[in-house]
Design a protein. Structure first.
Length: 454
């Protein structure tokens, strides 16, 4: 296959904030609002503030639980579609200041941000553009002014924010009209007030993976067509390319191929837009008592983690607090189990015990990049982890992992496509003294940052 365009592809690299975000790898979503008390997933904005009363709320418990799983950040739903604000916003009475919790003197956002800082993890905010309580919704600039005011409160009153997470939910206002969101205006406020924050999903920095089940692609590319950034913002539009041949081809977040050579070669503009995999530890995003025995099994969370963090994406896992304001004990226990698994599995890199690690670059007699690792004594392996230096873009398109059998022949134990920020290769447990990794398809060259054998 011709690689004449590959040098153009690898000119696309992540920005500073995108690099910092991807290095977090695994972080929490916390969905909490009046829905927790009405047993709904979406509120309609008519809920009474009096129902919100998390009498045992303790943000330190949240932070301790997510840290036990190995997470490095927490994004709080400061306002969901129901419009109820978890902080005492100056622009609406539909907030904690009208609730019985702490006699209206409480601030969930402040306590969570402070607990995150104290616990040494990052704090992020979710602010729904759709507000089913606000009478201005659907009235254009008047609502945008209101939304900007609340966004400004969150970006100025709670310290550093690592993520501002927007979804594209949009309904009709009291006037029967949909609100056309002024995304560029929202972005300007965030860039000015929180320049280190990534704007996620309906934003230019981090891309939604395309589902809420934790499913991942077999080949995840971070270099994609620039128009991919609009898929969640303007779903009703065709997102047409300037290229006549591709004018009818839409880009959807669910597309299985967003960045292969075939996709990119006809695109005029490319961008670095890494994926985020998001799902909930339960079936729902908000707490429901009937789901207490439906917490995802450890095996499922491990699988999602290894395919997301280990598949060139980040992993955003939701944990919904109970009505008391605490995480349920079943969720807390599962998070602890996940953290223990990750620590046990990935704490000891067998590369450190190897006596020889040799790299081979392509030449006229050898068209592939490869590495051979040798151990003096047999080691037992079930995971191989590799990372590209993504400051030089994403390059690997295909690779294999083989071990040397007792007869001296190489036996293939894994075949993969993309690597990117991180690739975790689960293999059946095998005892070996020699391993070979061959990169036989790539863009321009292969630049590995790290290699682990576990």
């Amino acid at each position: 296959m011709s690689k004449e365009n590959d040098s153009r592809f690898v000119q696309i690299v992540p920005g500073k904030r995108q690099l910092a975000h991807q290095s977090l790898e695994f972080y929490a979503f916390v969905h909490f609002t009046v829905n927790t008390y009405t047993d709904k997933e979406w509120g309609d904005g008519t809920e009474s503030e009096s129902i919100f009363n998390p009498v045992d709320f303790n943000a330190d418990q949240w932070v301790e639980a997510v840290k036990s799983a190995g997470m490095k950040g927490l994004i709080l739903t400061c306002k969901h579609h129901d419009g109820f604000c978890l902080w005492p916003s100056a622009y609406t009475d539909h907030s904690v200041k009208k609730s019985p919790w702490k006699n209206g003197q409480g601030d969930i956002v402040r306590e969570t941000a402070e607990a995150c800082r104290k616990g040494g993890i990052k704090f992020g905010v979710y602010l729904s553009p759709w507000d089913r309580n606000c009478s201005l919704y659907g009235r254009g600039k008047a609502y945008d002014d209101y939304f900007i005011s609340q966004l400004t409160e969150l970006c100025t009153n709670y310290g550093e924010v690592f993520s501002v997470w927007f979804d594209g939910a949009c309904g009709e206002g009291p006037n029967g009209k949909k609100q056309i969101y002024d995304w560029d205006r929202y972005y300007e406020v965030i860039r000015r007030l929180q320049p280190e924050a990534c704007i996620s999903v309906c934003g230019p920095d981090v891309r939604w993976c395309g589902n809420e089940a934790g499913d991942t692609r077999p080949a995840e590319w971070s270099v994609v067509p620039k128009r991919t950034q609009d898929t969640e913002k303007i779903k009703e539009d065709s997102q047409q390319s300037d290229n006549t041949e591709f004018r009818q081809r839409k880009i959807n977040a669910q597309d299985q191929d967003l960045g292969s050579r075939q996709v990119l070669e006809k695109e005029n503009e490319l961008v670095w837009y890494a994926a985020e995999v998001n799902t909930s530890i339960r079936s729902g995003w908000f707490y429901h008592e009937y789901e207490d025995e439906q917490v995802k099994p450890l095996s499922k969370l491990i699988d999602i983690y290894e395919k997301s963090v280990g598949g060139n994406a980040t992993f955003l896992l939701n944990i919904p607090p109970c009505r008391s304001g605490l995480f349920h004990e079943n969720d807390v226990q599962r998070l602890k189990e996940l953290g223990e698994y990750l620590e046990k599995t990935y704490s000891h890199n067998l590369i450190d015990e190897a006596y020889d690690v040799i790299g081979f670059s392509p030449d006229e007699n050898n068209p592939v990049y490869s590495k051979i690792i040798r151990w003096e004594n047999p080691v037992t392996v079930n995971r191989i982890v590799m990372q590209e230096d993504i400051t030089k873009s994403q390059r690997v398109e295909h690779f294999t992992v083989s071990v040397k059998g007792t007869d001296g022949n190489w036996i293939q134990i894994y075949e993969g496509t993309t690597v990117g920020y991180k690739k975790i290769c689960p293999v059946d447990e095998v005892s070996l003294k020699e391993m070979k990794i061959v990169f036989d398809d790539f863009r321009v060259s292969v630049i590995l940052k790290d290699l682990g054998v576990y």
